[in-house]
Design a protein around this ligand. Sequence first.
Ligand SMILES: NC(=O)c1ccc[n+]([C@@H]2O[C@H](COP(=O)([O-])OP(=O)(O)OC[C@H]3O[C@@H](n4cnc5c(N)ncnc54)[C@H](O)[C@@H]3O)[C@@H](O)[C@H]2O)c1
Length: 329
Amino acid sequence: MGSQINKLSKKTWLVTGAAGFIGSHIVEQLLRVGQKVVGLDNFSSGNEKNLENVKQNVGFHYSNFSLVKGDIRSKEICDKVTESVDFVLHQAAYVSVQGSIDNPELTHEVNVNGFQNILHAAKKNNVKRFIFASSSAVKVFESNDDSLVSRQTSPYALSKYMNEKMAETYSSTYNIKTIGLRYFNVYGPRQSLESEYSAVIPSWYKKILNRESPQVFGDGLSTRDFCFVADIARANILAALCDLHMDMHKVYEIATGESKTILQLYDFYRNNFPSSSLAPRPEFVAKREGEIRHSVANIDPAKKDLGYLPKYRIEDGLSATVKWFSENY
Ligand SMILES: NC(=O)c1ccc[n+]([C@@H]2O[C@H](COP(=O)([O-])OP(=O)(O)OC[C@H]3O[C@@H](n4cnc5c(N)ncnc54)[C@H](O)[C@@H]3O)[C@@H](O)[C@H]2O)c1
């Protein structure tokens, strides 16, 4: 299936959230294989630097990229950017779980109303397939296990759950093919260090830059499925191209299929620093209420249907990530 990407004839792709962490990697992978890409972003959490970075990496292919600065909350913009587009890879969102608890209305406007605008515009303009970023956070709505009732729901998780249901409804009602990809813990170059709600890997780097100890919540034995961003980007392209006799709507879990404890992650992370003084021992702080103990993706359906296989081991992904942070901060 990877070779299918390399041999792809020229198509036009809309990537929303193109200036963000994951969106910019999708743009980069598409441009590298000669595709035409339209990016949409309002720069609320993404930035020009990410796209400059893409430009440096893809050279002359960058001429196949055009950027629209705009907001998915505008129906007019959504209609305009989906004209003459083959595939939509929708990444734009209000992305923080914690932030969504502080800003539930904004989360709904962007992640639910904005989502519907872009999905509806894709349907009106007859795009071939609508692929969208969902999240492992959705799983909280699916579990029948009473012992998990304290697992954290949030306006963010709700919005992603609503996205999956809305896509399913549009597929069955209007015959638009949709695929949701539930990402787990994504990491890699261009992940933001600046957000007050940074994810674990960038937040550790930020602490180290400030000569503070990186924090570990609880005993550090919780597990997560950490996935390198290039694998997530490839999964999006594979989802658009897979030629199985697919149902109109599907959802896949995308990560590595293997979990690591937070302490294991920290050990891998430490190994990337030339001296242990640059990566001090972590500080253990109280565990966060409602956080799930173990999380791992079941990637078997994505392997079977999309031909998705993660290519990056955590050692390699972390080393590329820390190198990028050290060169850019
Ligand atoms: N990073 C992860 O671990 C992770 C895990 C699960 C799901 N996701 C999902 O993946 C997608 C990409 O996340 P990311 O980590 O790259 O975050 P990011 O903040 O780097 O990217 C989001 C991009 O969307 C843009 N955006 C936000 N609101 C917009 C709006 N109203 N109109 C137009 N553009 C807008 C931002 O400016 C940014 O460039 C999101 O949908 C997120 O929910 C991410």
